[in-house]
Design a protein around this ligand. Structure first.
Ligand SMILES: [Zn+2]
Length: 313
């Protein structure tokens, strides 16, 4: 069997996996993201970890089809460059694809981490049987990956799906991006913590706000119900714009579970424009914590058009 090296670069750690063509993760390791060293030195450390992992896994480099990388955006996936991600402050215009291709002489692909997770949903998660779906992640920020006509729609530079910055309500104050009332400024985990802290007069996390909500604390009911409505409106925009079979919601905020999903389903069923849009399935993510590396590996298979053939049932 052939394998792909999947790499998930995050602000605190880099996860590396050896993924089989069957979608299984066979070997994995991780190294700390050291932001005190240059990206070049960090990529050198990464290559040492790849070499060690391949060597100890008992496979040969001849069996490695390529390397897939998921990284925080903004980036330029077409040119293989990590451009200026807020989570990797000293990584400016890092030509990571070129560097790894020179080193290994095999194909290397780069996508933003949300798009890589979208491919993982297709390969091993909640959308294995869908040709049209949108994966939405709601955590510290809000992002989406669009899968249509059997492939990821990543845009001209790999930044499509940044739905966190569509305007939902201009009266809501100014988002970190400079626009008023962005989706993410109202409904991300960060936004829930911020608004909850304002209401309660003390610093609280999004998780603590949800605990108060579940315990029927009257101080946060309106806040959370409004946020569920905004997420419902965001999903309705997605349904109207992309006509998917399914919207998959993942990320930390989705862990609140049924109250969120019920509210979003009810909103979409009422407000989506087309009758078929109103029936769009709204489901929870089917991914586990290795989805970053597996999704990154799937970037190589998408190139070969092989994602469907080997999609794991
Ligand atoms: Zn914004």
């Amino acid at each position: 069997m052939n394998y792909i090296v999947g790499i998930d670069i995050g602000g605190t750690k880099v996860a590396i996996g050896i993924v089989g063509e069957d979608g299984k993760l066979y070997h994995h390791t991780k190294i700390a993201t050291d932001l005190s060293i240059s990206p070049k030195e960090m990529i050198h450390r990464l290559s040492e970890a790849i070499n060690h992992l391949v060597k100890t896994s008992g496979i040969s480099f001849e069996q490695v089809l390529g390397i897939g990388i998921g990284a925080p955006g903004p980036l330029d996936s077409k040119r293989g460059i990590i451009t200026c991600p807020p989570n990797l402050p000293n990584w400016h215009n890092v030509e990571i694809v070129c560097m790894l291709e020179e080193l290994y002489q095999i194909p290397v692909r780069l996508e933003n981490d949300c798009n890589a997770a979208t491919l993982a949903e297709k390969w091993i998660g909640a959308s294995q049987n869908n040709d049209y779906f949108v994966y939405v992640t709601i955590s510290t920020g809000i992002g989406a990956g669009i899968f249509a006509d059997g492939r990821l729609i990543s845009g001209k530079s790999g930044n499509a799906g940044d739905i966190g910055h569509i305007m939902m309500d201009p009266t809501y104050g100014t988002c970190t991006c400079g626009q008023n009332g962005c989706f993410e400024w109202i409904a991300s985990g960060t936004a829930i913590a911020r608004q909850g802290s304002e209401i309660l007069g003390q610093s609280v996390t999004a998780e603590e706000v949800f605990t108060l909500y579940r315990n029927k604390d009257p101080r946060v009911q309106d806040l959370i119900n409004n946020i569920f409505t905004v997420i419902g409106a965001g999903c309705t925009t997605i349904v109207n714009a992309f006509d998917p079979e399914k919207v998959v919601i993942g990320g930390g905020v989705s862990k609140v579970g049924e109250p969120l999903f019920q509210a979003v389903r009810s909103y979409v069923q009422t407000h989506a424009l087309s009758p078929s849009g109103r029936e769009t399935e709204i489901v929870t993510s089917g991914l586990d914590h290795h989805s970053g590396t597996i999704g990154a590996a799937a970037l190589l298979l998408q190139d070969k058009g092989a994602l469907d053939e080997i999609s794991v049932h």
